[in-house]
Write a protein that binds this ligand. Structure first.
Ligand SMILES: Nc1ncnc2c1ncn2[C@@H]1O[C@H](COP(=O)(O)OP(=O)(O)OP(=O)(O)O)[C@@H](O)[C@H]1O
Length: 297
C-alpha cells in the first residue's frame, strides 16, 4: 500500500502551489503539516484526482493518477466542514450514500451500515437527524460514509477543527484504528493534530516539502535553537520585535517567553515538536508573524 509522488508541480497563474513534490507514503497515519497557503488543499485535490498536476507522476497502490475512476474508487476524503441534509437521519444518510456508491443489495447495505456505525460509535444516534448531532458526531458520521467503499486511502482535512478536547482525542484514536490496514493522510496546520498520531510527517511550505521523515527527528534537528527567558511586562514588546517568539506564558511577575534564536540569551531548552516545526518555518520564512491565538498567553 503506497502513494508515490515524483516531482509533482502545480501552478495557478503565477502562484506555484506545488513545487516539484516528491514523497513516498506508506500504510499507516501520515501527516501533511503546513501553514495556510502552503499547498495542502492543492495536494489533497490532486491526490483525489479532482484536478490534474501540471508536471510529475503520481501512483497510488500501483494505479496511475491518470486513471481517475480507479483512483476515486480507492481514495476517500473527509473535508473539514462535513455537512449533510439536515433532516436526514444518520441511518438514512448512510443508506443514501451506500446506494449512490452502488451497493444495491439492501441486506448487504444494512449489515455494512451497522458495522461502520458501531466502529465510529454512532449506533445510539442511528435514528437521530443530522442537524441534532454534535460536531464530533458529524465528523464521525463523515468517516463512516468515507469508509463505505472501503478505501485504501483516507484523506482527512484539518481533522480536529471545531472539536472539543475529548472529541479530538476520540477522533484521533479512531483514525489510528482505521490506519491499521490503509493509508490515512492528515492535512493540517495544527501540530497537535499530528503530534500524537503520525509517526511520519511531511512539512509543506510555499509549495515545497521542507521536511519529510519521522516526527521524532524534528526536535533533534532544532536542538540549540530554542531558548526561554523571563521578561518584565514592559520589555515584552521589545522581545517580540527582536525575536521570533514561539510562546508567551504569563507569570506572577512578567512573562516567560520562548524564542527561536542563535543568540546566547536566557536558557536553552529542548524543543518540542511544535517548537521544532516553527524553527523550520522561521528558517524558511523570516517574515512570518504569529497570530495572538497561536501563542500561549
Ligand atoms: N484555484 C486557485 N486559483 C488561484 N490560486 C489558487 C487556487 N487555489 C489555491 N491557490 C493558491 O495556491 C496556494 C496554495 O493554496 P492551497 O489552498 O493549496 O493551500 P493550503 O495549504 O491548503 O491553505 P489553507 O490551509 O489556507 O487551505 C495559495 O497561494 C493559494 O492562494
Amino acid at each position: 500500500m503506497t502513494i508515490k509522488l515524483d516531482n509533482v508541480s502545480k501552478t495557478y497563474k503565477d502562484i506555484k502551489a506545488l513545487d516539484s513534490i516528491s514523497l513516498t507514503i506508506q500504510q499507516g497515519m501520515f501527516g501533511i503539516l503546513g501553514p495556510n497557503g502552503a499547498g495542502k488543499t492543492t495536494l489533497m485535490r490532486t491526490l483525489m484526482a479532482l484536478q490534474p498536476a501540471d508536471d510529475g507522476k503520481i501512483v497510488i497502490n500501483g494505479i496511475d493518477i491518470e486513471q481517475r475512476d480507479k483512483i476515486r474508487e480507492c481514495v476517500s476524503y473527509l473535508p473539514q466542514e462535513f455537512s449533510f441534509y439536515a433532516s436526514m437521519t444518520v441511518n438514512d444518510a448512510m443508506d443514501y450514500m451506500a446506494l449512490l456508491g452502488g451497493i444495491s443489495n439492501s441486506v448487504t447495505r444494512k449489515k455494512l451500515i451497522n458495522e461502520l456505525l458501531a466502529k465510529v460509535n454512532l449506533m445510539k444516534q442511528k435514528r437521530n437527524k443530522f442537524k441534532t448531532l454534535s460536531g464530533g458526531m458529524k465528523r464521525r458520521l463523515g468517516i463512516a460514509i468515507a469508509l463505505l467503499k472501503d478505501p485504501a486511502v483516507l484523506i482527512v482535512d484539518e481533522p480536529t477543527a471545531g472539536l472539543d478536547p475529548e472529541e479530538r482525542v476520540r477522533f484521533r484514536m479512531l483514525l489510528s484504528e482505521f490506519a491499521k490496514d490503509r493509508i490515512v493522510l492528515l492535512s493540517t496546520h495544527i501540530v497537535g493534530d499530528i503530534e500524537h498520531s503520525c509517526k511520519h510527517i511531511a512539512i509543506l511550505n510555499q509549495g515545497k516539502i521542507i521536511f519529510d521523515g519521522e516526527q521524532q527527528q524534528l526536535p533533534d534537528e532544532a536542538a540549540g535553537k530554542v531558548r526561554e527567558l523571563e521578561v518584565a511586562t514592559d520589555e515584552l514588546s521589545d522581545i517580540q520585535a527582536k525575536y521570533y517568539v514561539v510562546s508567551i506564558r504569563l507569570m506572577a511577575t512578567g512573562y516567560k517567553v520562548k524564542i527561536i534564536t542563535d543568540d546566547v540569551i536566557g536558557v536553552q531548552v529542548m524543543p518540542n515538536v511544535e517548537d521544532a516545526y516553527l524553527v523550520k518555518m522561521s528558517a524558511q520564512n523570516k517574515s512570518i508573524q504569529f497570530k495572538e491565538q497561536d501563542l500561549l498567553c
